[in-house]
Ligand binder design. Structure first.
Ligand code: NDP
Length: 476
């Protein structure tokens, strides 16, 4: 009567994952540092499936069939290391430790290497979908060895969300690959949320629409190519009235966005890898700016444009333009995120299948969307696609959207509505497609003040101009 799998850490995520596993017919051993959570789970949900509650780590480990499958679902950081340290002496070679917490992929690489020394598998696993996803079917991004996935994968696939009958779970790649992909997923989530928020702001403070009307517009968009969980919940939030005051909910909430840090990790990692994820970076900065209360208070009186609203005819046409700009900017944000996955995969030798990542994000996770099938198709058509922007479908969509996109960005600038996501996405698009970039001038500046040298378009080699002398050119 050994348990098939164990879960230690039974706060919201661990509890719901354990219940999800049990509901799918797996016998689940339960453990939590403080036994109260274990008994609470048994009292409330013990009837849902076959649970084996345990009080000590020794009992927990002893309750599991071999090779053991142990899911650690504790607070990320120090607590994960503490639990691993307690577990390792009790385990035997071939056992599998799964970290389902929001770990940084570099920590996962370190832990994987350490456990490998003991003959143990360590599977850093990204899990998206929050509390509800954990129970009803999350998107699951496991790293680690193929050997570990062979033993663990079927259980994870059984509890993952399903789209078109396929589980939203696949082996991402070795060591930290799963947590890396989960990190980029969260970065893309930041960018997508920011773009949607900008679309709202333009309709509200450019076109003068009320939140209830904008909720209707979003519901309409959710019937088309923008169909996604984030658009759906945006319409819900915008349509909600505050029961206390009767005002739109969005007007009574403080306009300071918080963050837990995965967006920041994505940008920090992108900086290290040299990948321009401007949309994700703008989204992280926009949250920081919104939270800079003193700065905003000091700047409140700064002059703005004299025209701050569209006239009514233009306002009527505007929603269509904003939809185009949102779609185009969203393509750019995802293209940047997938570029980061490509770069991380190359840097760490992970061989990540980008189409498969788009496919497992179609259900269970926060960025789930119809659109992701397009990305999957793009990578299936060309696994080496250098950027999503040049895929036939996206190229065509961008071409059709670009005039509206430019109108929206210029209108926003004229009316003084801040759209860092829309405008940086357009700048990225224009920069990538440019024949010549002013980077040539930057190289000249660097060579002038620091003799940093430059390359020529017409000859191989590195060159330096004697700027302070006779301005002759030397090959370096
Ligand atoms: P928390 O992050 O709030 O962590 C609480 C759990 O960690 C409790 O079981 C607690 O035990 C345990 N714990 C804390 N410190 C220690 C320690 N030193 N030793 C042993 N156990 C410890 O729980 P969540 O369920 O919210 O999240 C779990 C993990 O999943 C986190 O890494 C989180 O980032 C990640 N995650 C969360 C999502 C969410 O929507 N909440 C979504 C996806 C991932 P005790 O009861 O004894 O205090």
């Amino acid at each position: 009567n050994s348990a098939h799998i164990g879960v230690t850490g039974l706060a919201v995520m661990g509890r719901n994952l354990a219940r999800n596993l049990a509901r799918h017919g797996h016998r689940v051993a339960l453990h939590n540092r403080s036994a109260a959570r274990t008994s609470a789970l048994m009292a409330e949900f013990g009837h849902e499936g076959a649970f084996v509650p345990t009080e000590t780590m020794e009992q927990f480990v002893a309750a599991l069939e071999r090779p053991r499958r142990i899911v650690v679902m504790v607070k990320a950081g120090g607590p994960t290391d503490a639990v691993i340290e307690e577990l390792v002496p009790l385990l035997e070679p071939g056992d599998i430790v799964v970290d389902g917490g929001n770990a940084h992929f570099l920590d996962t690489r370190r832990r994987e290497a350490a456990l490998r020394e003991h003959g143990l598998h360590f599977v850093g696993t990204g899990i998206s979908g929050g509390e509800e996803g954990a129970l009803e079917g999350p998107s699951i991004m496991p790293g680690g060895t193929p050997e570990a996935y062979a033993i663990l994968g079927p259980l994870l696939e059984s509890i993952a969300a399903k789209v078109d009958g396929r589980p939203c779970c696949t082996h991402v790649g070795p060591d930290g690959a799963g947590h890396f992909v989960k990190m980029v997923h969260n970065g893309i989530e930041y960018a997508d949320m920011q773009l949607i928020a900008e679309a709202y702001d333009l309709l509200r403070h450019g076109a003068g629409r009320q939140p209830g009307d904008i909720a209707q517009i979003f519901r309409g968009w959710n019937e088309g190519r923008l169909e996604s969980y984030l658009i759906e919940i945006t319409a819900e939030v915008l349509g909600h009235g505050d029961p206390l005051t009767g005002h739109p909910f969005v007007d009574v909430v403080e306009d300071r966005a918080e963050q837990k840090g995965t967006g920041r990790w994505t940008v920090q990692t992108a900086l290290e890898l040299g990948v321009p994820v401007s949309g994700i970076a703008e989204a992280v900065f926009a949250r920081s700016l919104s939270g800079s209360a003193a700065l905003r208070e000091a700047a409140r009186g700064l002059p703005g444009p004299s025209e701050t609203w569209l006239d009514s005819a233009a306002a009527d046409r505007f929603a269509g333009d904003v939809e185009q700009a949102l779609y185009a900017s969203k393509i750019v944000a995802y293209a940047q995120g997938f570029h980061q996955i490509q770069a991380g995969s190359a840097e760490y030798g992970w061989q990540i299948d980008r189409g498969a990542m788009a496919s497992i994000w179609r259900g269970g996770c926060i960025i789930r969307a119809r659109f992701l099938s397009r990305i999957d198709a793009a990578y299936r058509a060309d696994p080496e696609l250098p950027t999503l922007l040049t895929d036939d479908h996206f190229r065509e969509a961008l071409g059709a959207a670009q005039s509206a996109w430019r109108r929206v960005v210029s209108t926003a600038a004229q009316l003084g509505v801040p759209v860092p996501g829309f405008s940086s996405a357009l700048a990225y698009y224009d920069a990538l497609r440019a024949d010549r970039l002013p980077a040539a001038l930057v190289q000249g500046q660097r060579d002038f003040f620091g003799a940093h040298t430059y390359r020529r378009t017409d000859r191989a080699g590195s060159f330096h101009t004697l700027w302070g002398g006779d301005r002759s050119e030397q090959e370096r």
